[in-house]
Design a protein around this ligand. Structure first.
Ligand SMILES: Nc1ncnc2c1ncn2[C@@H]1O[C@H](COP(=O)(O)OP(=O)(O)O)[C@@H](O)[C@H]1O
Ligand SMILES: [Mg+2]
Length: 239
């Protein structure tokens, strides 16, 4: 389990859209260098959890701590600057900027890291983006757009990288490329929160998992525990 204080700690998180409450006391934590997942069927509150953490939607109550600092309710630009890098659901790259412009627009080296992510390093990590660097965002394939969305988040040199449905709608071979990228980032010590529907790939990649049902965590455990419990996977993940 995570040692205190974890890199990110979420507890008692409640979020609503108007009258409609979606999160009912979300609880989870991520330690430095850990890869952790949020799993669960559509509409259970995973994206709302991420949006609450990032300050895109204001939580109604609860605590969101980055290290020792409570970030709940801060504006999203401040949260991003504190070291949370989001690869959003649907990618959301700038369609009318080039690949290079999309990446440069995001650049930051907040911790003055000894080996920060830079344009050359992102191009080395994603050779496809180097080949396409003068193309506009809307000229890229789905897989290339996803790589650009990840590269853009890396350019902020995040302490925690958050990916919301990063392989959605991609062909199997491209998906595999994305999983390989995430494995390399993990080996590099990058802390990652992943949301995805590919249970097998998540079990292979991540250290620990949280299953979300109707805005609450209903199960948490290691990859070995999840892999060994077919009834659990069937009940909450429909696999
Ligand atoms: N902007 C919004 N306004 C109103 N309801 C929303 C909004 N975004 C999501 N919801 C609702 O909140 C619930 C959780 O959605 P979401 O967090 O996107 O789930 P997940 O990411 O697990 O699929 C769903 O019932 C969804 O319809
Ligand atoms: Mg979602």
């Amino acid at each position: 389990m995570v040692q205190e204080p974890a890199m990110l700690t979420v507890s008692g998180l409640a979020t609503a859209y108007g009258e409609s409450q979606v999160l009912f006391g979300m609880e989870f934590a991520i330690g430095a260098g850990e890869v952790v997942t949020l799993m669960g069927r559509n509409g259970m509150g995973k994206t709302t959890t991420v949006h609450s953490i990032m300050g895109i939607v204001a939580p109604r109550s609860g605590m969101i701590r980055l290290g020792a600092q409570d970030i709940a309710g801060l504006p999203s630009h401040r949260i991003a600057r504190l070291g949370l890098g989001l690869v959003p659901e649907g990618r959301q790259i700038f369609p009318n900027l080039t690949v290079r412009e999309n990446l440069v627009a995001a650049a930051a080296n907040r911790d003055a890291r000894p080996s920060p992510w830079t344009l050359p390093r992102v191009f080395e990590f994603f050779p496809r983006l180097a080949e396409r660097q003068t193309n506009m965002g809307n000229q890229l394939s789905g897989g290339e757009q996803q790589m650009l969305a990840i590269g853009r988040a890396l350019m902020t040199n995040p302490r925690l990288l958050i990916l919301d449905e990063a392989t959605e709608g991609l062909a199997p071979l491209i998906r595999q490329e994305i999983w390989n990228c995430l494995r390399r980032l993990k080996e590099d010590g990058q802390a990652i929160l992943v949301i995805d529907k590919n249970v097998g790939a998540l079990i292979a990649l991540a250290d620990r998992h949280y299953i979300v049902e109707k805005g609450r965590v209903v199960w948490s455990g290691t990859s070995a525990a999840l892999a060994g419990d077919e009834a659990l996977q069937h009940r909450y993940l429909g696999v």
